[in-house]
Design a protein around this ligand. Structure first.
Ligand code: NAD
Length: 425
């Protein structure tokens, strides 16, 4: 078939079995047998389950889960499963946690498990009047919301608060209602969306306006997770290292270009645990970055200070909308097993550990940057990937990686040449 005849309009694709879809995709893309076999290989998830989780499934992608050791959170030692494709992320948490373990590890808390749903009302000529009209209906709104999810109410959750804001927009003022709902051990997106949709017609009737959007806000600033820890100055290599780290933090605090990378490092740890537990990485990422910009200037999610005794004190606070039920958390067997490793029985407990991991990750990155530079540790691990990509197998991987690091040339072309040389001689 000539390329110009290929069409992406595959009739009934969504109704095909996973194997049939893969065949269609393989034919379209001209996949060789090795690629077909790779995509067809089942991972540690039942293909039928994968097929029900999302649409048009053809395969699954396995990501390594590493376990972070040395973590002590609120007086309890925990092993933390982290799903990530990036080398050195897990090692950094282990190292950072080791350096504060004996000083007590991490102390954590949460602000609650409240999620916010937004209802956008437009077309009202008297927005101030509409705002108060909606606020007057608080009791009816509470009843309607709780009626949407009696199960949640029986678990101690449900409607908690009501806010109505007037948002100035390019299209004129909008009256934006916030439903504040305790979603307990669920992340709560579907839960609060259902409530917002149910309430929308009432808001239109009360105000005479027109409702458009009804959806949760990912700026989950009523669901903050916090962690703090103290790194004794002698455990981290002395005052010079400490001061270098403080200077790195000041840089991130002051400059959005640096803060974006600083916070990306934090999310290396956060997202890895969020993914391992089947939670929504995008929801947590969106919330974190929006929270980092809440003052109007994007800045660091962590704070670093020197105590009166000269030790390094780190803290983090960020939205953490994660659950133990809902989404993939309950249905993905690997996510369930990861939750068992963590030994948490509430969403708040999970959120607290994730915040601690984010802080540990930040410590590791800042220390590496302020001392040896990030490349040394990172490159040693990255060299393994480069060696594998060059074709090294078995014992060759470590040997070749060591050569690349030694030569300070962790590059694909160098790896290929060195591998050929190794094999020749
Ligand atoms: P869900 O609706 O599947 O489960 C929540 C429900 O589980 C609750 O309403 C409650 O009735 C029940 N439940 C049982 N035990 C519970 C307990 N101990 N605590 C609380 N509830 C309990 O899931 P959800 O958490 O409402 O939604 C999460 C999913 O929504 C994720 O997959 C996410 O990716 C997706 N989502 C996200 C967005 C977004 O972030 N913008 C938007 C839409 C959907």
């Amino acid at each position: 078939m000539s390329l110009s005849n290929l069409t992406s309009r595959i009739s009934g694709f969504h109704r095909m079995s996973t194997a049939e879809r893969l065949e269609a995709v393989a034919a379209f893309a001209g996949l060789d047998e090795a690629s077909r076999a790779q995509l067809a290989a089942p991972g540690n998830i039942d293909p039928h389950l994968a097929d029900h989780m999302i649409e048009n499934v053809v395969a699954t992608l396995a990501i390594p889960i590493g376990v972070a050791t040395n973590m002590r959170v609120d007086g309890r030692d925990v092993l933390v499963p982290m799903a990530t494709e990036e080398s050195s992320v897990v090692a950094a948490v282990c190292n950072s946690a080791r350096q504060c373990h004996d000083a007590g590890g991490f102390t954590t808390s949460v602000s609650g498990t409240l999620m916010i749903a937004q209802i956008q009302l437009v077309g009202v000529s008297d927005p101030e009047n509409a705002r108060l009209t909606i606020l007057e209906q608080r009791a009816a709104i509470a009843e309607l919301c709780d009626g949407c999810d009696p199960m949640l109410v029986s678990l101690g959750g449900g409607f908690r608060d009501l806010e109505v804001r007037i948002v100035k927009s390019l299209g004129g003022p909008m009256v934006v209602t916030h439903l504040i709902v305790d979603t307990r051990d669920a992340m709560g997106a579907n839960t609060v969306n259902t409530m917002a949709e149910a309430l929308a017609p009432r808001i239109e009737a009360w105000t005479g306006g027109k409702v458009f959007l009804r959806i949760l806000s990912n700026l989950a600033d009523r669901r903050l997770a916090r962690a703090r820890a103290l790194w004794p100055v002698e455990a981290i290599g002395g005052p010079e290292v400490r001061d270098g780290m403080i200077s790195a933090y000041h840089f991130a605090e002051a400059d959005p270009y640096r803060a974006a990378t600083h916070n990306k490092g934090i999310m290396n740890g956060v997202s890895a645990v969020v993914l391992a537990t089947g939670n929504d990485t995008r929801a947590v990422e969106a919330g974190a970055h929006a929270y980092a910009a809440r003052s109007g200037r994007y800045t660091s999610l962590t704070h670093w200070e020197v105590t009166a005794e000269g030790h390094l004190a780190g803290s983090i606070e960020l939205p953490m909308p994660v659950g133990l039920v809902g989404g993939a958390t309950r249905i993905h067997p690997t996510a369930r097993a990861c939750l068992k490793i963590l030994g948490v029985d509430t969403a708040a407990g999970l959120a607290r550990i994730i915040a601690a991991v984010g802080l540990a990750q930040n410590f590791g990155a800042m220390k590496a940057l302020a001392t040896t530079g990030i490349q040394k540790g990172h490159m040693a691990l990255h060299a393994n990937n480069v060696a594998i990509a060059a074709g090294a197998v078995g014992a060759e991987v470590a040997r070749l990686a060591a050569i690349l690091v030694e030569r300070r040339q962790v590059r694909q072309d160098v790896a290929a040449a060195e591998l050929a040389r190794m094999r020749a001689g």
